[in-house]
Ligand binder design. Structure first.
Ligand code: PLP
Length: 380
């Protein structure tokens, strides 16, 4: 099928909720993908911070192949070994106490909201301006962008406070507040890290008011920011942490983790998922986590991230980030730069009119970074 053919057929068959770029991606390996005609692209989108171990990592592929010949799906009415092994792995990596498995980021936020209600009996949530927590009706209420929420009211909407503004948080969180939810580094907003002081103060404010602190690490998890989880930069332990995106090496999975203080608040029947924690995704997640560990991808993320920022500093841009999660403000229209870079064999993502978000696979090489920085430089 040609790209023109696909575009036409897609528009007839699929809800037109996405703004897609006209490229038909057929396969991928490491930090590269190829279109139907064999054109190669360096992928600095990585499925939006999903393909941390690179496309089709051999260990993930092997684990999926092996598992799918044994068992693809059963039900949470029964036990499976992979689910328990993965939960133990997540516990030890994060220091959290218990895990609920679901299938996406927004579902992990929904699970966090339900646990929060159970644990506090309160309903009010405080979130930050610029936040993104998902698109289902619960998570949507915590997502900042007005145009996402407006058509779907009524929602249980959060009180939004300016990100990184300690005083604003102090006055917004009351004894009625159920939880404060924050991304340790805001992704969709254009890559803005929270200061360590802000996150530490958020912890104290929540403790003082009896509110829970939720870290949405859906995008920042699994080495993305140069740590296994972004919370390690500040050392702050949240009560709840949400995960998804890179968790299973590219397969759909989400997880909601909580601390000991509240993990007893979910009782049998309080929450469930037909597919959550299935044997196939768990096998992929275990393989992906082993690959991150054995190939030192967390350290690599930190090193390559510094290298990327250093190289970007030679361009007339303003760049910031942690690890391989980098935001770049440019004078030009970001969409035009994305289109032009694609013609040069580089896939980029814009998160605002003048902002690029660079989230390549953590296996990206210096040569690939050089090429991408050159292409961005030329297109400015
Ligand atoms: C992507 C994202 C979500 C939503 O994840 P989906 O899998 O698309 O539902 C939630 N929170 C953050 C921080 C994200 O980056």
């Amino acid at each position: 099928m040609s790209i023109d053919d696909i575009i036409k057929r897609e528009s007839r068959a699929i809800f037109q909720t996405y703004t897609r770029q006209p490229v038909l991606i057929a396969r991928g390996s490491g930090a590269r993908v190829w279109d139907q005609d064999g054109r190669e692209y360096i992928d600095f989108v990585a499925g939006i911070a999903v393909n941390n171990v690179g496309h089709c990592h051999p260990r993930v592929v092997e684990a999926i192949k092996r598992q799918c010949e044994l068992l693809i799906h059963t039900s949470n009415l029964y036990y499976t070994e992979n689910q328990v092994r993965l939960a133990e792995e997540l516990k030890s990596l994060s220091g959290m106490d218990k895990v609920f498995f679901c299938n996406s980021g927004t579902e992990s936020v929904e699970a966090a909201l339900k646990l929060t209600r159970r644990a506090t009996g309160r309903i009010e949530i405080v979130a930050a301006t610029g936040s993104f927590h998902g698109r289902t009706l619960g998570a949507l209420g915590l997502t900042y962008k007005q145009s996402y929420r407006e058509p779907f009211r009524p929602l249980n909407e959060a009180t939004f406070v300016p990100y990184n503004d300690l005083e604003a948080l102090k006055s917004a969180v009351t004894k009625e507040t159920a939880a404060v939810i924050l991304e340790p580094v805001q992704g969709e907003a254009g890559v803005y890290p929270a200061s360590n002081e802000y996150l530490r103060a958020a912890r104290e404010i929540c403790d003082d008011r009896g509110a829970l602190l939720i870290f949405d690490e859906v995008q920042t998890g699994f080495g993305r920011t140069g740590r296994w989880f972004a919370k390690e930069h500040s050392g702050v332990m949240p009560d709840i942490m949400t995960l998804a995106k890179a968790i299973a090496g590219g397969l759909p999975m989400g997880a909601m983790l909580s601390n000991e203080n509240i993990s007893g608040c979910f009782q049998r029947g309080d929450h469930a998922s037909t597919f959550g924690g299935g044997p196939l995704v768990c096998a992929a997640a275990l393989a992906s986590i082993s690959a991150i560990r054995d190939e030192n991808l967390v350290r690599r993320s930190e090193e390559m991230g510094s290298y990327l920022l250093r190289e970007l500093s030679r361009l007339p841009v303003s760049a910031r980030g942690l690890g391989l999660m980098v935001g770049v403000d440019i004078d030009k229209d970001a969409r035009a730069v994305v289109d032009a870079a694609r013609a040069d064999g580089v896939l980029l993502n814009s998160t605002g009119e003048h902002t690029l978000r660079l989230v390549p696979p953590l296996v990206v090489t210096k040569e690939e970074i050089d090429r991408v920085v050159d292409v961005i430089g030329e297109r400015l």
